[in-house]
Design a protein around this ligand. Structure first.
Ligand code: FAD
Ligand code: FES
Length: 269
């Protein structure tokens, strides 16, 4: 699969060190899918599709290392290569849903909230929970408020919303919805893996269905190289994932324990 060369048409500063890059192209993606983004002479990395309205799509990049810093320096009018959309996606189920977002995982979660609204969900039944270390790193709060969904944020330092972890907010929400006789029946999650593991454990304990995006080191993005395989199933996260349901995640023994780096060496969380 060869990349399609696309021009950056717009750049939006979303949060500290985090920018969105817009491309005018009909990608026909579904929330949860990703693309392989290639910057000539720099490299190619997987990136979640943070928004796609059928005419334009965008990628939200957190500048942390060599590739993401090079991407953050891109200017409007510059061209990069895109392969995709790739991988599995979130599927909408349930009446009362929680979308739990951490870091750039907020892109797929916000996209899923928009899709739910388009499919006729009442905004009151969609709960967008975003967590970050501090308020300058929170993503897509206004984007979610504009479509009227219930937005709840948490920061570790207490600079905005609930002080603590986004999982504290999820636990409270589960209790409140049960009391109101409108229990949550689906939890979606995309974010750092230890946060995802905590969300998964809550879903198991509370007997609520869930879907989670599991990221692994990706090279080819199309199921050939094997770098994104998980133990013990050998599923390739670029093909059988990244989005997995509760039953599938329960079979992955390395989820929340370790992942593999570019050389295949185990790195413990
Ligand atoms: C399905 C998926 C979706 C992603 N979506 C986004 C996104 O929307 N926005 C975003 O900013 N980043 C996203 N990433 C992470 C992104 O691909 C890069 O890992 C990140 O940009 C860091 O690369 P770097 O070269 O800048 O930093 P480095 O210093 O090289 O890497 C920092 C860390 O990123 C991880 N990483 C590096 N290369 C890869 C790779 N090829 N595949 C998986 N993990 C890697 C490693 O854990 C590494 O320790 C996604 C990764 C996956 C697997
Ligand atoms: S990245 Fe090559 S098989 Fe998944």
């Amino acid at each position: 699969m060869l990349p399609v060369m696309m021009k950056v048409v717009k750049i939006v500063d979303e949060a500290r060190g985090i920018k969105s890059f817009y491309f005018r192209h009909r990608l026909d993606s579904i929330p949860g899918q990703f693309v392989m983004a290639w910057i000539p002479r720099v490299g190619e990395k997987p990136m979640s599709i943070a928004g796609d309205d059928g005419k334009e799509f965008f990628l939200t990049v957190s500048a942390v290392g060599y590739f993401s810093n090079a991407k953050s320096r891109l200017k409007v009018g510059q061209t990069i290569g895109i392969r995709g959309p790739l991988g599995t996606c979130f599927s909408l189920k349930g009446k009362e849903i929680a979308l739990v977002a951490g870091g750039y995982g907020a892109g797929p979660m916000a996209s899923l909230a928009e899709k739910a609204i388009n499919q006729g969900y009442s905004p009151k039944k969609i709960h967008y929970l975003a967590g970050a270390r501090t308020k300058e790193l929170l993503l897509f709060e206004q984007r979610m408020k504009r479509i009227g969904v219930d937005v709840q944020v948490s920061t570790n330092d207490g600079s905005k919303g609930t002080k603590g972890m986004v999982t504290d907010v999820l636990n409270e929400l589960i209790k409140r919805r049960r009391k109101a006789n409108k229990p949550l029946d689906m939890v979606y999650c995309c974010g750092p893996e230890m946060m995802e593991k905590a969300v998964f454990d809550i879903a198991v304990r509370e007997k609520i269905d869930c879907q989670i995006s599991v990221e692994r080191y990706m090279k080819c993005g199309i199921g050939i190289c094997g770098s994104c395989c998980v133990d013990p199933t050998g599923w390739r996260m670029c093909v059988e994932g990244p989005v997995l349901d509760k039953k599938a995640i329960s079979k992955i023994s390395e989820f929340g324990v370790y992942h593999r780096d570019a050389t295949g060496r185990k790195t413990f969380f």
